[in-house]
Design a protein around this ligand. Structure first.
Ligand SMILES: Nc1ncnc2c1ncn2[C@@H]1O[C@H](COP(=O)(O)OP(=O)(O)OP(=O)(O)O)[C@@H](O)[C@H]1O
Ligand SMILES: [Mg+2]
Length: 466
């Protein structure tokens, strides 16, 4: 039961609402003006106020700051007329948490009240530590999955050598970040880091971008221009989407790699470069080689070292670290301080397949935070595909797939979680049923980032892992 105060000059509407809300076991007071409402609120201490915008005397909009000043933790739902967009926006900016249109739709009101009242004292929100020392800077990479740990190790091993590195992985997995990390740990961390996108549409422009051109080398070349290979001297050149290079450009790149030499467009003399070459691609270069659309000799030159970034859906144990880091960055950028994430949000993230990988996670967090209020991210702020209702999304979506389409890992994950839930997360019992040792169970819980439905163990799991 919660205490609700209705402030609306339409007495009939107030009575109807009061009747309805009382039937739901709430205690309800009604008043017809802002001033009267404030007086009642002072003694009644409502948990939630339903505040009409249009009222004789002071409007709900004018009264809103006073209500919030009087009861800083009160929830406020504004009642607005259609076409009253501006006051609605203003109300939301001043701290109202929701609004409903007149004529009031009871279902809509119920949903809103339920949402706001369950927010209160919410133990379903997890604290995400996002202080600067936890999040690093825009170039720090995080992840605890075995794949990421291997990648960090490889970066450390190859950074100081001049070997070319080919970074592969789906879009948004962090290829450019790896390239920058290698540069930062290289012999010349203070040298330039220069990026080139090889998927440029016009070959001449790409060639001029990479190697530079003399004045008059082609139509439009009105001044001489330095190429990226020249600008990257003493540093790193990062060739993104290298799989898109034409045969002509592949030959030119091979020459740079073999002889450290290139010739700007329209120039007579060649130039030299000592730039370290890092390339990236999200296509399968080996396949391109077998189709003869990518030179084999170039391929071997490029991938002296290959770093492969697995898609996010294959390393969901990185989610927490990523959320923490990205949240910190986004807070800084948007001047916000979102420090909590609802358990449901995490679960939705767990289930989602992340076709756009880390970049998609970043975008989703950014959008949700931009649209949220307060310090917690809740499920209703998530975009559509993640907010799917429970029936469609809950439990184990992979379980819904025929068994013959599931990997051993899928089945293991689902079964371990099922046994844990069935034993109320009694680890001893779960071990006995599963026939495994406790350390093994702990490893599995960590590997699959399993979370108990009742109490959130993420924090302790994180510490355990640290
Ligand atoms: N392990 C990580 N830790 C922290 N941030 C990450 C990590 N991986 C990716 N990011 C962030 O995700 C975003 C996408 O990364 P990045 O641009 O490096 O991906 P990409 O593989 O180059 O993508 P594309 O193929 O689309 O160019 C960036 O904002 C990056 O900072
Ligand atoms: Mg990229």
């Amino acid at each position: 039961m919660s205490r609700i105060l209705i402030v609306d000059d339409d007495e009939a509407s107030c009575r109807t609402l009061q009747f309805h809300l009382r039937s739901q076991n709430h205690s309800v007071e009604i008043t017809g003006s802002v001033d009267e409402g404030l007086a009642v609120a002072d003694s009644y201490h409502p948990d939630l106020i339903i505040l009409d915008i249009r009222m004789p005397g002071r409007s709900g909009l004018e009264g809103l700051p006073d209500f919030i000043k009087l009861l800083p933790s009160v929830h406020v739902i504004m009642i607005t007329a259609f076409h009253d967009m501006e006051s609605t926006i203003e109300a939301m900016q001043q701290g109202a948490e929701d609004y409903i249109h007149k004529p009031i739709d009871i279902d809509e009101l119920d949903t809103s009240i339920a949402r706001l009242l369950t927010k209160k004292g919410d133990t379903d929100n997890l604290l995400i530590p996002t202080s600067p020392e936890n999040i690093g800077d825009a170039l720090s990479m995080v992840g605890r999955s075995r794949a990421m740990k291997e990648i960090f190790k490889t970066i450390g091993l190859v950074a100081k050598s001049p070997a070319s590195v080919l970074i592969t992985g789906e879009s948004g997995t962090g290829k450019e970040l790896v390239a920058r990390a290698i540069h930062r740990s290289s012999q010349n961390p203070n040298g330039p880091f220069v990026a080139v996108n090889c998927a440029a549409l016009v070959e001449t422009l790409l060639e001029s971008d990479m190697f530079g051109h003399e004045k008059g080398a082609f139509t439009g070349a009105v001044v001489r221009q330095e190429g990226k290979f020249s600008l990257a001297r003493g540093g790193t050149i990062f060739l993104d989407e290298v799989g898109e290079l034409s045969p002509g450009m592949q030959a030119k790149l091979l020459r740079v790699l073999q002889y450290k030499e290139f010739t700007p467009l329209g120039a007579k003399e060649s130039q030299t470069t000592n730039a370290r070459v890092i390339t990236a691609t999200n296509v399968d270069l080996a396949e391109k080689v077998s189709e003869k659309s990518f030179r084999e000799d170039l391929y071997y030159r490029l991938q002296v070292v290959n770093i492969h970034l697995p898609p996010l859906r294959e390393r969901k144990e990185d989610l927490m670290d990523l959320i923490q880091t990205l949240l910190g960055r986004i807070n800084k950028e948007l001047h916000r301080n979102v420090t909590h994430i609802n358990k449901e949000v995490l679960e939705a993230f767990e289930r989602y397949e992340w076709p756009g990988n880390v970049r998609e996670l970043e975008n989703i967090l950014m959008k949700s935070i931009a649209l949220s209020q307060g310090d917690a991210l809740t499920r209703d702020q998530l975009p559509e595909p993640l907010r799917m209702d429970n029936t469609q999304f809950s439990g184990h979506p992979r379980e819904a797939r025929p068994l013959t389409e599931q990997s051993l890992e899928d089945i293991e994950r689902i079964h371990v979680k099922r046994v844990l839930d069935a034993t109320g997360w009694h680890k001893g019992q779960a071990c006995e049923i599963l026939g495994i040792s406790r350390p093994r169970l702990r490893r599995l819980i960590r590997q699959y980032d399993l979370i108990s439905d009742h109490d959130i163990e993420v924090d302790s799991e994180m510490n355990e892992d640290a």
